[in-house]
Design a protein around this ligand. Structure first.
Ligand code: NAD
Length: 227
């Protein structure tokens, strides 16, 4: 069975009602998102950081996967599909995808601030200052913030190397190291980039599909299932 490796970003979840970071000019309550999603903000304004993620988590509990997520599940009829997502939502899993690697963490999880191996599922939207791990330390969102190492990148690189087809969906390809994954794929394999603002920045040879994920991904998947 051939392997399709798919790198997804915030754009694939936009039609599910989850904002991308570039929406509202990259601002949230007049703060630059990159500044809120950072260790510095957690140190100096932890309530602000909690509010930011609580707001997103609350939305996620009511959001539903869209046609783009579901099309990637259908692709498993013919291919081994490995998804590498920069998204912190769980919409790929809820749609039914079998292999999902989260590069930047997961919104519905919290982790200890003294022991990173202590990770907890959140079955509620609100995480509060004062919520503690079993060792008595504050819980933080289980998110890779800007400026933090990306522990899953090695595994993602190994996955990218196995691709017979590579797809990039709904990402601006400006956040590293995720954007560098394109450099690890085998030379000359078919590569597709579905994004209304796609440019040839993502590498080549490249088939650019300037469509929203909900339209472009189902179409591409039908084409791949029928070839
Ligand atoms: P980004 O905000 O930098 O880029 C989003 C991309 O999506 C843009 O290129 C835009 O053209 C495209 N887009 C917008 N609507 C689309 C649609 N309907 N279909 C297809 N593409 C569409 O996001 P990014 O590149 O993923 O990276 C920024 C960071 O944002 C990541 O680290 C990620 O963790 C985080 N993020 C995650 C979520 C989520 O989990 N849903 C949401 C916002 C941001």
């Amino acid at each position: 069975m051939e392997t399709v490796v798919v790198l997804t970003g915030a754009g694939i979840s936009a039609e599910s009602g989850c904002n991308t970071f570039r929406d509202n000019n990259g601002l949230w309550r007049n703060h630059r998102v990159e500044e809120v999603a950072s260790p510095y903000a957690w140190q100096h304004t932890p309530q602000l950081v909690m509010d930011f993620y609580n707001e997103r988590r609350k939305k996620l509990f009511t959001a539903q996967p869209n046609a783009g997520h579901y099309a990637l599940v259908k692709l498993e009829l013919k291919y081994r599909v490995a998804i590498i997502t920069q998204n912190v939502d769980d919409l790929h899993e809820r749609a039914g995808s079998s292999h999902v690697l989260h590069l930047h963490g997961e919104l519905k999880k919290a982790r200890s601030t003294v022991d990173p191996t202590l990770i907890y599922e959140l079955n509620r939207w609100e995480l509060k200052l004062g919520d503690l791990c079993e060792k008595g330390s504050q819980l933080r969102p289980h998110i890779v913030w800007f400026g933090e190492p990306v522990p899953m990148i090695e595994q993602a690189i190994e996955t990218a190397k196995q691709a017979d087809y590579f797809m990039v969906i709904g990402t601006s390809m400006v956040v590293y190291p995720a954007a560098s994954l394109i450099h690890y794929i085998k030379k000359g394999i078919p590569t597709y980039y579905v994004d209304p603002n796609a440019t040839s920045k993502a590498g080549n040879p490249l088939h650019i599909i300037k469509e929203k994920a909900g339209v472009g991904v189902p179409r591409l998947v039908e084409q791949m299932l029928n070839q």
